[in-house]
Design a protein around this ligand. Structure first.
Ligand code: KIV
Ligand code: ZN
Length: 501
């Protein structure tokens, strides 16, 4: 098996996405998840760019074990010094030096001629190699650079000890066949190319970043630079999860090639990056979008329930996706409804299912998506809750800013008064825990809302909650002018429903 090294630049190029700034502790949290994911290199930042970034890279280098920790540097000594100082605490430090080689960048941005660029690249490499054995060089805007000059620069930096040469498609201009042939041409025109790993770094301006990266792998690249959720400058970078899953899913094309990625961690990493950057993932985004594994049409749902591979090329659990795969709507059939109810712990007999199905179809005509709460409400309505098993007799709480909240609850159960006491994270939590102690049922609260149902200071508060216990999920409400009492009533109502189902 040949390995493709995954160089993750979520914390550097990803963070360059407009509006995506992360503080040092957020960067550290993401870096730990990237290490769990099994990436080979974490590009943790651009240390010279700010003291905050320097500190973040240094923190990551000190505490994240496993991947190489890399800092970016322009081809100038001060940048390289800062990059090395930031990553040196890692057991696997890497310095990544970049310098543009395209005419357009050399003329307008750098105002330097080819000879000067070549000299600066060589000097930068020499300087970086004094610090570190692992040095990567990127001829920025390589895909728009003159081929012969590019070969010359790549050969020169390898001769100075560059261990990885990264070929960036900086502005996402390349097209897959063209980019693949650029990699093959570099392989056949740079005499010492086998002394370094060829890497690629593709941007997504034309939506081709992943396609270009895959083509480069087919042509001999052995490192890909990418980001979680494809975030990055402008239209972003190549998406890590798409590259990894394409290689894994199309083994027939990517023969004897694999990455180190623990794919079951992909969804977790995607959620975290989305949450901390504030960049929501489009529902239809490949691999990590909320719709990526959802089937709505009745024909598709029926097919998937009979044999998943009819409409699924990736198992959702392979990327750690745990949500439901069936979205119920007006196109859904009885089969899908039954399965979803089963997943919610609501096993109905045929007659009950028929009744629920009629109500479900009527609702689906009015509402596009039918959520779990809607289904639960229909079922509860159709299969009326039987006599309550537990009844609230009384409750007392002790709470405040300087005390640990504590609750005492009395419930009636089969004509007996049972008492439970517990502390908790607040008076409501303490009450719920005291109820759990009495009933012996461990409820998992999945949703909790409180609303004023009347106006004024003496408003009636209504608590609605969603509770999971004994593998069943129910919703319940409780109201009172005392919000703690409303909460306790809602919780006990939920438990009674669970007992009745
Ligand atoms: O897009 C680019 O060229 C870069 C380099 C620094 C590798 O991000
Ligand atoms: Zn980039």
């Amino acid at each position: 098996m040949e390995k493709i090294f995954i160089f993750d630049t979520t914390l550097r190029d990803g963070e360059q996405a407009p509006g995506a700034s992360l503080n040092p502790s957020e960067k550290l949290e993401i870096a730990h998840v990237l290490a769990d994911l099994g990436v080979d290199v974490i590009e943790a930042g651009f240390p010279i760019s700010s003291l905050g970034d320097f500190n973040a890279v240094q923190k990551i280098a000190k505490s994240v074990k496993g991947p190489a920790i890399c800092g970016l540097a322009r081809a100038v000594k001060a940048d390289i010094d800062a990059a090395y100082n930031a990553v040196k605490a890692s057991s696997r430090p890497r310095i990544h030096v970049f310098l543009a080689t395209s005419k357009i960048h050399m003329q307008y941005k750098l105002q330097k001629a080819e000879d000067e660029i070549l000299r600066l690249a060589v000097e930068a490499l020499r300087h970086a190699r004094k610090y570190c054995r692992d040095v990567e060089f990127s001829p920025e805007d390589a895909s728009r650079s003159d081929r012969f000059f590019l070969y010359k620069v790549v050969e020169a930096v390898i001769a100075q000890g560059a261990t990885t040469v990264n070929i960036p498609d900086t502005v996402g201009y390349a097209e897959p066949q063209e980019f693949g042939s650029l990699i093959r041409d570099i392989k056949s025109n740079v005499p010492n190319i086998d002394d370094a790993i060829i890497s690629v770094h593709c941007h997504n301006d034309l939506g081709l970043a992943v396609a270009n990266s895959l083509e480069a792998i087919k042509s001999g690249a052995r490192q890909v630079e990418c980001t979680v959720n494809g975030i990055g400058e402008r239209a972003g970078n190549a998406s890590m999860e798409e590259i990894v899953m394409a290689i894994k899913t199309r083994r027939d094309i990517f023969k004897n090639i694999d990455t180190n990625i623990a794919t079951s961690q992909i969804y977790r990493a995607s959620r975290l990056v989305s949450k901390l950057t504030g960049f929501t993932v489009a529902p239809n985004k490949a691999i990590v979008g909320s719709n990526a594994f959802r089937h709505e049409s009745g024909i598709h749902q029926d097919g998937v329930l009979k044999e998943r591979s009819t409409y699924e090329i990736i198992k959702p659990e392979d990327v750690g996706f745990t949500g439901t795969s069936l979205v119920l709507g007006k196109h859904s059939g009885r089969h899908a409804l039954k399965e979803r109810l089963k997943e919610l712990g609501l096993a109905l007999n045929a007659e009950q299912l028929d009744k629920v199905n009629v109500r479900f179809k009527a609702l689906a005509d009015k509402k596009k998506d039918i959520f779990d709460d809607d289904l639960i409400a229909i079922v509860e309505d159709e299969i009326k809750t039987v006599k309550p098993v537990w009844k609230l007799v009384s409750f007392a709480i002790h709470s405040g800013t300087r005390v640990v909240p504590c609750a005492e609850i009395k419930l009636k159960y089969k004509n007996k008064d049972l008492c439970g006491v517990s502390s908790g994270d607040g008076p409501v939590d303490a009450c719920f825990k005291a109820v759990d102690k009495i009933t012996g049922i461990k409820g998992e609260l999945q949703d909790y809302r409180i609303e004023a149902v009347t106006k004024g200071k003496d408003a009636l508060g209504e608590v609605s909650l969603k509770l999971k216990a004994k593998s069943k999920i129910v919703t319940a409400r409780g109201s009172s002018t005392d919000i703690v009492e409303a909460s306790v009533r809602a919780y006990i109502n939920a438990l009674n429903k669970i007992e009745a189902l």
